[in-house]
Design a protein around this ligand. Structure first.
Ligand code: ATP
Ligand code: MG
Length: 259
């Protein structure tokens, strides 16, 4: 199980949209996904209410700072990915969600205000690292990018992030009607009608690349198969070999150190 929080203290940065695109993409690939909605406006819960949600995508509504830890625990064995959508602002829930995560995704639009919101999230991550020895890997995902023009504002955001040595995902999410329409039609990019939604194929391609990159950054922690355990018990060399393999495959998320 891997947990990812979508955070930017600035409202309207694209957190909910990015979370839903990724949840749908992971579900499309057969992963069991739990999508946490902590927004009082309940955009994801409303989307879910429209129907056509993949069977392997579970919605968890009304998540708050008092319940989030138990909800994550409860889904540990039932979900491959837990995706947490938090609201804007610096809140106790934000800090808790970040602390429970294997990676934090910070959606940033091509404008300076979002970069400021993103910087506040980075401050929380730094404080967790310094004060609690919790280091959470994090990446900025650029959103609502114009597919043709690389704007000055976007260049400014990229420069600011590079200065802070923040990792930016190679895949930016393009401004697409399909990403907005999901919240109106319900369902996913794969259940929408291509005759009604413009450039649906391009939105799907974009989401697939995004999914590929996230999966490579946040791989699933695979439990040791039973057969391998028996083999290991029989043979000490095999044990050493497996240890090396596990170390080689260890996701970056395993670097998290909890005091
Ligand atoms: N890639 C995109 N293409 C088109 N529209 C987008 C894209 N990303 C976000 N939007 C639109 O931008 C607006 C804000 O996005 P969203 O609701 O995801 O932000 P948010 O960070 O979750 O906001 P809040 O802080 O209020 O929860 C929405 O109207 C959404 O449809
Ligand atoms: Mg939101």
């Amino acid at each position: 199980m891997a947990t990812i929080t979508f955070a930017n203290t600035k409202g309207g940065a694209g957190k909910t949209t990015v979370a839903l695109i990724l949840a749908a993409e992971l579900a499309q690939r057969g992963h069991r996904v739990a999508l946490f909605d902590s927004d009082p406006q309940q955009w994801i819960t409303r989307w879910h209410g429209l129907g056509a949600t993949p069977a392997n995508l579970t919605l968890v509504s009304n998540v708050n700072e008092a319940t989030i830890e138990l909800e994550v625990k409860a889904l540990k064995k039932k979900a491959d990915y837990i995706l947490i959508d938090v609201t804007g602002g610096v809140t106790p829930l934000l800090a808790k969600a970040i602390g429970l995560s294997d990676r934090v995704m910070i959606p940033v639009q091509g404008c300076a205000m979002d970069a400021v919101g993103g910087a506040q999230v980075l401050d929380i991550l730094k404080a967790l690292d310094k004060e609690c020895a919790i280091h959470i890997p994090h990446s900025v995902v650029l959103t609502r990018i114009n597919s043709i023009i690389t704007t000055r504002a976007l260049m400014a955001v990229k420069a600011l992030l590079a200065e802070q040595r923040v990792q930016v995902l190679d895949t930016a999410l393009i401004e697409r009607a399909a990403y907005r329409d999901m919240f109106v039609t319900g369902g996913t990019l794969y259940s929408m009608d291509p005759l009604r939604v413009s450039n649906l194929d391009k939105a799907q391609d974009n989401a697939r690349l995004f999914g590929d990159e996230v999966i490579s950054l946040v791989p699933l922690k695979v439990a040791k198969p039973r057969a391998a355990k028996t083999e290991t018990a029989k043979n000490g060399t095999a044990k050493a070999e497996k240890k090396t393999k596990v170390a080689a495959n260890k996701p970056e998320t395993a670097k998290r150190k909890v005091a």
